[in-house]
Structure formats: structure tokens, C-alpha cells
Ligand binder design. Structure first.
Ligand code: UDP
Length: 323
């Protein structure tokens, strides 16, 4: 039987690379496309030995051509951490808008299923808590985070238009804070920042007073949710995340306890428009996909710590194309 084929944009990134592995394990052939601005070839290095794996260094905001059949297109390309998209505002807007248009066009031409990696950032600094998919959000379009949030909101609108107007089988996942091996040490997000600070004996930098909340999902759970969503018939957005919510100060304290570091916690200025609360309502994912997270924070953090220990203590320079 012919192998199914998937194109994964952003395939050399944190989530993209785990997705490449999952599809190979399911017997698919995988085209991994990445411009390596924030992705890192070391994330997919081990996959090059597999004849079903193909890598293409390409910017998906430009015309993309893929020979042969495609059964699915997963659009995961985008800078995804606040410092990345503040540093790369135009690229972030382009990949969410022009890039989404290009890959939707490709999915349409190939008759492929399309999955958009959207985000809890669509809810902005939410006035409804927890966030369910029918909440329209509270986003500042002209603030520094607007480049990411509005690009993703546009991407969702474009995806729904291709679904409604062109009949493309589309799926939209709103991903909440996800963590795990292969996050970039220096991507500026809370977990890589706290873990590298703890392992290097530097102070952990909590922004604001640390009372803002997030809900952290281990990547294995997310990947399973994505797989189920792609295979479902749901075209409206679905939240995938772990509803277990905590303050950022509690999260920093957890990393201190887990690593046994002597580092102290220091407080730094809160970035503009930093959401005060965030927690997914996963009723839709539970009902439609029979999905819920399985990995608790202690287990997930321990697995992530092993990865960061190897990176920090192994003296490897932090991953990422821009280093
Ligand atoms: N944060 C922090 N210290 C850091 C990095 C992040 O206190 O060194 C805070 C950040 O202000 C936010 C939360 O941790 O409130 C999660 O930030 P992250 O960048 O991981 O993701 P976000 O949910 O903001 O996209």
C-alpha cells in the first residue's frame, strides 16, 4: 500500500520535529519544511537516516511547490515565543498571513487535509476565564504581541474561508503553553528561561509580581491531541492544553525545587500586554476527540530537565537558527 504523505511547515521546530517523528512512526512519509530562522536542524538530525523523511529549507511565505501527492498539510511555521516575535515582527506577520495562504493553496491543489497551528494568544488578555473556543478574545492589535496574535487570528479566518469557500478539509488547533524537550534554551519563554537559569546558578527572572497564571501542557499530550484532531471531522477551532493552572511564581518555585538549585528568584518588569490569566477549557477536545492530558507537571518537568541538563551541562550552544 502506498504510504500517506504529510508536509509539516516549521518541521524543524520544537513541536514540528515531534510531529515529524509521530507521522514517521505512523508509517507516513514526511516532508519537513523550515527556513531555520527559529527552527534547528539538530531537532530532526536523527530522522535523516529514514528514507521516508525529507527536509527542505524553504520560506513558506514564498511560492511553494511540492511534487507528488499530499494527504495532509500541517502549518506549524512561525516564531512562537514572545522574544522571537518581538525580534521578528514582520516575518511573524508574513508567515501567519502570506504563509498560511500559500499552504492552504497547496492543500487545496493536492486535495489534502489541512491543520493550522493556532494559539491561545487569539484570546489575548482574556476577560473570560477559563477560555472556551466560543470566546472571541481581547487582543491589542497595535501592541508588541499583536504581530503574533493578529497573524494567527488572520490565519484562522483564512483557514475558515478555504473551508467554507473551497471545501478544503481544515482543522484548527489553539495550542496553550506547551513544554518539553527541544525547546530552545534561549527562546525567552518561562520554562527554558527558568531551567537554564537554575542549572547555571543564575537568578530566576519572574516578570511582574508573578501572579499571572499559565497552564502548562507536556508535548506528548499535545501531539496526541493534534493527531486526534487531524483525524476528526471538526473544522471549528479546538483548544488543546492542560487545564492545570498555576501562577508564574509557583512555576518558578517548582523549577527551583526540582533542580535543587541555590538560585534565588528575582522580579523583573512585566512585558507589555502580558496576559494576566490563561487556562484552557477543554470540554470540546474531551467530547469531540476523547482527549485529555495524561502527563502531570512533575513527570513532564523531569523529562524536560533531562534534556536541558544535557544541553547546559554538555556545553552545547543553545539551539536555534539565529544563534
Ligand atoms: N515569564 C517570566 N520570566 C521569564 C519568562 C517569562 O516571568 O523569564 C513570564 C511571562 O511574563 C508570562 C509567563 O511567564 O507571564 C509565560 O511566558 P512565556 O513567554 O513562556 O509564554 P506566554 O504565555 O507569555 O506566551
Amino acid at each position: 500500500m502506498k504510504r500517506k504523505a504529510v508536509l509539516i511547515t516549521g518541521g524543524a521546530g520544537f513541536l514540528g520535529s515531534h510531529l515529524c517523528e509521530r507521522f514517521l512512526a505512523e508509517g507516513w512519509s514526511v516532508i519537513c519544511m523550515d527556513n531555520l530562522i527559529t527552527g534547528d536542524l539538530s531537532n530532526v538530525e536523527a530522522l535523516f537516516a529514514d528514507p521516508a523523511f525529507h527536509f527542505e529549507k524553504r520560506d513558506v511565505t514564498e511560492y511553494i511547490h511540492v511534487p507528488g501527492d499530499l494527504d495532509a498539510v500541517l502549518h506549524f511555521a512561525s516564531p512562537a515565543s514572545p522574544i522571537d516575535y518581538l525580534e521578528l515582527p514582520i516575518q511573524t506577520l508574513k508567515v501567519g498571513s502570506l504563509g498560511t495562504h500559500k499552504v492552504l493553496g497547496l492543500a487545496r491543489a493536492k486535495g489534502a487535509r489541512f491543520l493550522l497551528a493556532s494559539t491561545s494568544e487569539c484570546y489575548g488578555d482574556p476577560l473570560v476565564h477559563p477560555q472556551s473556543e466560543d470566546y472571541w478574545g481581547n487582543v491589542n492589535p497595535v501592541g508588541p504581541r499583536g504581530v503574533y496574535d493578529e497573524a494567527k487570528r488572520f490565519a484562522e479566518a483564512m483557514t475558515m474561508a478555504y473551508h467554507r469557500y473551497h471545501g478544503v478539509a481544515t482543522r484548527i488547533v489553539r495550542i496553550f503553553n506547551t513544554y518539553g524537550p527541544r525547546m530552545r534554551l534561549n527562546d525567552g519563554r518561562a520554562l527554558p528561561a527558568f531551567m537554564s537559569q537554575a542549572l547555571e546558578g543564575r537568578p530566576l527572572t519572574v516578570f511582574g509580581d508573578g501572579s499571572q497564571t499559565r497552564s502548562f501542557c507536556f508535548m506528548d499530550d499535545l501531539i496526541e491531541g493534534l493527531w486526534r484532531l487531524l483525524n476528526s471531522e471538526e473544522s471549528l477551532p479546538v483548544n488543546i492544553g492542560n487545564p492545570s493552572e498555576m501562577t508564574i511564581l509557583e512555576f518558578a518555585q517548582k523549577v527551583v525545587a526540582l533542580t535543587g538549585t541555590k538560585s534565588e528568584i528575582v522580579f523583573r518588569e512585566l512585558p507589555e500586554d502580558d496576559p494576566k490569566v490563561r487556562q484552557p477549557d477543554i470540554t470540546r477536545a474531551r467530547t469531540l476527540l476523547n482527549w485529555e492530558p495524561k502527563v502531570d507537571l512533575d513527570t513532564g518537568l523531569a523529562r524536560t530537565l533531562e534534556f536541558f541538563q544535557a544541553k547546559v551541562l554538555g556545553g552545547v550552544s543553545p539551539g536555534g537558527g539565529r544563534d
